[in-house]
Design a protein around this ligand. Structure first.
Ligand SMILES: Nc1nc2c(c(=O)[nH]1)N[C@H]1C(S)=C(S)[C@@H](COP(=O)(O)OP(=O)(O)OC[C@H]3O[C@@H](n4cnc5c(=O)[nH]c(N)nc54)[C@H](O)[C@@H]3O)O[C@H]1N2
Ligand SMILES: Nc1nc2c(c(=O)[nH]1)N[C@H]1C(S)=C(S)[C@@H](COP(=O)(O)OP(=O)(O)OC[C@H]3O[C@@H](n4cnc5c(=O)[nH]c(N)nc54)[C@H](O)[C@@H]3O)O[C@H]1N2
Ligand code: SF4
Ligand SMILES: [Mo]
Length: 678
């Protein structure tokens, strides 16, 4: 069923739009919740963003980040003109001069060193730009470089990896049936602040409170988070021990007997793999009281069906992320919660329409390709090289040019010192940006692209959306200065390299019309209505068909069984990540969130640190200085520092060698550190 909802330029109930002051309906593209917004504009000034009460999905909800779009647009450091590095300094230049220089240099590099000498980072800034992403992918393919990088390997490979191994298809994107679930187990995710990891949880406060009111919400997190405070249960294990907690629950579920109607394979291997995880063993490894673990087990036993959702607190623990995500899926499979109401549903994609064809069945060993030469222990996964290898590939002289499409490389990649030194060696570092930062300061070419209010757009990551739906927005304001569309820049660059990836003379809307909607609706219909919802069936026959065709869910893929058996203990003091309400990664710095170093009062007392004191946090290769906040809400042994700050840069503590050998995922949680007064 396709439902369309009206989408006017001026929301009903608003005053008549005048030339000077007008309101435009749009949707926020800061995060994947894609809330409906109403943007107030006076002349060139964006004066206010508020929630669109008539929006079918968000119904007026927004968060402080979306409401900060006017300040983002009017940021004092916004980039309005192309810049070219001449004699060591960045100078304003024309697009023509920048493109010609960049084209000539890239062509020379490719001629001398081959296509793999060009690395491309698909950062968060291109991730919500539909035409930018599409044309960037076309240009990457035309150049023929395998050196593609994206937040996939700094955010969480575990989710698609487990879909591939256990579900037999990397594109199985599971999401709790938030509307109907009665038992929600959240592990290492704080949706109240993040609005979900990878998949969107719009209006998380309402969603979590509703579930807690009708059933149970349990949060597993070393910190008593905003979400934990609204939950019915919270356990704070040692960081990096969630796999043990889940293995215990799986072991108990197996002892109780499982739903015989669910097709599975590998039951004996699974039973053997979780056998060591008795109550006593698990209580010791997680540092949880046996009574608390038993309480959770009883709650799971009583509920029948449940949904388990994980976040970066799981996916960022490198090797442990895979086994934890695996056991989370296994718990849902064994309780018959997969592909059913009140459990987990799988997004068919609005454009991709996974239900319309026979899904290929992947290898139980994982689908990998060759990795970069400088790091022979790594492989490519989903067509990408691990972010952890970029610095080494540059140092080895294999990568000589980087196209950084909306990325904050110095704050988001591991090992800041190594990254800074590697980026400095590049012949070309071309960055498309909207606001100057420490990465643009190192770049050879800075290309100012349209921000989200300056471009028409459609939603592209439809499998991350909470509905099977698509949205469209017109451009709200004209681009400032010389800003151009990301796609246009890439098309012009392509032309200079001899590739026809898009006609640069087209309009934005012509390119947007070519972004596939998979035939669920026409582009005209979407621009007219703004929002199209295709709905979904639960259970979904396409999932049932695929799993049966595979011979049942693969409960015990051998790479995971081996990883579980080989896991080592976490260090006594570790760094864990956290998101903040008024920031997105390195963005929205003007909203005032601070990089407080959260430390348990008992840990602080042991090392002589007081509240508000300046502390040094030391990792394997570097240290950072920050302000300690003594916080009883964080458990002993864990230090929480957010990322995205150029000065107090948490990636001074991370290590590009410390990765999951299966997927190349960086360890950003459970990083061994020590703390001392500065
Ligand atoms: N230690 C540690 N490191 C981490 C993390 C962690 O928790 N700990 N988290 C990781 C995660 S989950 C992620 S996703 C990555 C994020 O890594 P990045 O994608 O590098 O992070 P952002 O800071 O979001 O950078 C996006 C950049 O795009 C720019 N931008 C915004 N809108 C636009 C636009 O419309 N067009 C263009 N051209 N640019 C735009 C912004 O100004 C910003 O500089 O960082 C990772 N790094
Ligand atoms: N406001 C805001 N929203 C965001 C972002 C942002 O920067 N700000 N970033 C966006 C991005 S790029 C992403 S990837 C998502 C991430 O979304 P989430 O994964 O929900 O991110 P966090 O809110 O950091 O939640 C991770 C939680 O894991 C806990 N944790 C750390 N280590 C462990 C562990 O070993 N075990 C367990 N059980 N828990 C652990 C942390 O204490 C933290 O509460 O958020 C997105 N949304
Ligand atoms: S939750 Fe906030 S940042 Fe995300 S789309 Fe909605 S308003 Fe934008
Ligand atoms: Mo992320």
């Amino acid at each position: 069923m396709i439902r369309v909802i009206g989408h006017g330029q001026s929301p009903a109930g608003g005053s008549e739009p005048s030339e000077a002051a007008r309101t435009v309906r749009s949707f926020c593209r800061i995060c994947t919740s894609v809330c409906g917004i109403v943007v107030e504009v006076e002349g060139d000034a964006v004066t206010r963003v508020r929630g669109d009460r008539e929006h079918p999905l968000s119904k007026g909800y927004t968060c402080p980040k979306g409401r900060a779009l006017p300040q983002m647009h009017h940021h004092p450091e916004r980039i309005e003109h192309p810049q070219l590095r001449v004699d060591g300094s960045l100078c304003d230049a024309s697009w023509e001069a920048c493109l010609d220089d960049l084209g000539t240099r890239l062509k020379g590099i490719i001629d001398r060193h081959g296509p793999e000498s060009v690395g491309i980072f698909f950062g968060t800034g291109v991730g919500m730009d539909a035409t930018g992403t599409r044309v960037a992918e076309a240009l990457r393919a035309a150049i023929g470089t395998p050196a593609k990088f994206s937040p996939l390997t700094i955010d969480g490979t575990a989710k698609p990896f487990i879909a591939d191994l256990v579900g037999g298809f990397v594109g199985l994107s599971g999401r709790p049936d938030y509307d109907n679930v009665d038992f929600l187990l959240l592990i290492g995710t704080n949706p109240m602040i993040s609005h979900g990891h990878a998949i969107a949880v719009p209006n998380p406060t309402g969603t979590i409170r509703d579930i807690a009111a009708r059933g149970q919400v349990w949060v597993i997190d070393p910190r008593r988070t905003e979400t934990a405070r609204s939950a019915t249960g919270h356990l704070a294990p040692l960081p990096g021990t969630d796999h043990a907690l889940l293995a215990y629950l799986v072991r108990e579920t197996l002892c109780d007997g499982i739903d015989p109607s669910v097709p599975v394979q590998g039951l004996d291997e699974l039973t053997a793999a979780v056998a060591p995880f008795t109550l006593e063993h698990t209580a010791t490894s997680t540092d949880l009281a046996p009574e608390d673990l038993a309480r959770l087990r009883d709650a799971v036993r009583d509920t029948g069906h449940l949904a388990v959702e994980t976040g970066t607190g799981v996916t960022m623990t490198a090797d442990k992320g895979n086994v934890t995500q695996w056991l989370a899926w296994v718990l849902m499979i064994l309780t018959g919660s997969m592909n059913r109401r009140g459990g987990l549903w799988f997004h068919p994609g609005f454009a991709y329409q996974l239900e319309s064809f026979e899904l290929p069945i992947s290898s139980p060993d994982g689908s990998f390709g060759p990795g970069p030469r400088s790091r022979p222990e790594t492989r490519s996964f989903m067509g990408e090289w691990p972010c952890a290898t970029l610095a080494d590939e540059i140092e080895a002289g294999n990568i000589r040019a980087v196209l950084n499409l909306g990325g904050s490389l110095l704050t988001s990649f591991p090992d800041t010192a190594a990254m800074r030194s590697a980026l400095g060696r590049l012949e070309v570092l071309a960055t498309t940006e909207i606001i100057a930062n420490d990465t643009t300061a190192l770049s050879t070419h800075v290309l100012p692209t349209k921000d989200q209010l300056e471009r028409s757009d459609v939603t592209i990551w439809d499998a991350l959306s909470s509905r099977v739906s698509a949205q469209h927005t017109p451009a709200v304001v004209a681009p400032v200065g010389d800003r151009r569309s990301m796609w246009w820049f890439l098309a012009e660059l392509g032309r200079r390299l001899g590739h026809d990836v898009a006609d640069p003379d087209q309009s934005d809307d012509a390119v947007l019309a070519g972004v596939t909607l998979g035939g669920r609706c026409s582009f005209d219909e979407l621009t007219r209505t703004g929002w199209v919802d295709a709905g979904h069936e639960l259970p979904a026959p396409w999932v049932t068909r695929h799993i049966e065709g595979m011979g049942g869910w693969r409960l015990a893929p051998s790479p995971l069984v081996d990883q579980l058996a080989a896991l080592r203990r976490t260090a006594p003091m570790v760094l864990i990540p956290r998101r903040q309400p008024r920031r997105l990664n390195a963005q929205l710095d003007f909203l005032g969130d601070r990089p407080d170093v959260l430390i348990n009062p008992a840990d602080a007392a042991e090392v002589g640190v007081t509240d508000g004191a300046t502390v040094t946090v030391r990792g394997a290769h570097g240290a950072l200085t920050g302000v300690a906040k003594l916080d009883p809400a964080i458990r002993p042994g864990a230090i929480s520092v957010p990322h995205g700050y150029p000065e107090c840069n948490v990636n001074m503590l991370t290590n590009k060698e410390d990765i999951d050998v299966m997927t190349g995922m960086v360890r950003y949680s459970g990083v061994p550190v020590s703390v001392e007064p500065a």
